[in-house]
Design a protein around this ligand. Structure first.
Ligand code: 1GP
Length: 257
């Protein structure tokens, strides 16, 4: 069914925000990726994101295949570069780094991905990816040669998010960068939320359930954690994150069609 995963995501945020766990196949073996995904699902994650800034090995497609054997929640690709494509995933966040002025991440990567996506018959979710200043240089900032939006300049974030919405993008991703020192400011999330009618993903540097809850209360529809869960021996933490995010009640006017 067309847009099946996107519809699932919208459905998942009808009453409360949703919780995504990110797996970077560069950091774990295939069997560990599967083990992690099962643990995330069992403890309340709504979706698995899979990807990272680079692709240092050939585990990516195999990891997705193995995760899909055991998990029922959607597995969505979070691409670092154009060749993060697999027919086994449920969808791909087709990132357009709207905060950048580098044509490589504005159009070139997407053009290079297009024939791979076509061949894989993969659902794409056009995503406005906005890099937010977070205390130190992130991998994504370095790799994309892009300036982040200054953390105190919510007005700049607002106009980028509005432009993305007017261009027809389906989601805005406010990204502080993996392992960020400082997360996306709640005030910025709140202000962007007030101006746009499409869902917002927030990630980067979220290490505590209380922080996830704060970002969800500020208006994030989807909270992403990656680095903090890389120690797979802590299922309780996953549960705490999921509960913290799911406990936030949404206004009925926040629903998207
Ligand atoms: C990175 O937003 C994600 O792209 C998650 O960041 O690894 O810091 O949780 P962390």
């Amino acid at each position: 069914m067309k847009n099946k995963t996107y519809k699932y995501l919208l459905e998942s945020i009808k009453d409360n925000p949703s919780y995504f766990c990110l797996i970077d196949p560069d950091k774990v073996e295939v069997n560990q990726a599967q083990e992690l995904a099962c643990l995330y699902e069992e403890n309340g994650a709504d979706c698995i994101l899979i990807g990272g800034s680079m692709m240092l090995n050939d585990r990516f497609c195999e990891a997705i295949k193995e995760i899909k054997i055991k998990c029922t929640i959607p597995v969505i690709i979070f691409p670092g570069i154009f060749n993060f494509v697999s027919p086994d995933a449920d969808a791909l966040l087709l990132l357009n780094m709207v905060s950048s002025r580098n044509p490589q991440v504005l159009i070139n990567e997407q053009v290079r991905s297009a024939p791979l996506i076509y061949k894989a018959k993969l659902e794409t979710i056009p995503t406005a990816y906005m890099l937010i200043e977070s205390g130190c240089m992130s991998s994504v900032q370095y790799m994309s040669h892009s300036l982040p939006i200054p953390r105190k300049k919510a007005d700049i974030a607002i106009v980028h998010a509005l432009a993305a919405q007017y261009l027809g993008m389906k989601i805005v991703y406010l990204e502080a960068g993996s392992g960020a020192e400082k997360q996306v400011p709640s005030e910025m999330i709140m202000k962007v939320r007030e101006h746009i009618d499409i869902p917002i993903i927030v990630g980067g540097g979220i290490r505590k359930p209380e922080c996830a809850e704060e970002k969800a209360r500020a208006g994030a529809d989807f909270i992403v954690t990656g680095t903090v869960l890389e120690d797979l021996k802590n299922p309780c933490l996953v549960k705490e994150f999921a509960q913290a995010v799911h406990n936030v009640k949404r206004n009925t006017d926040d629903r998207y069609s």
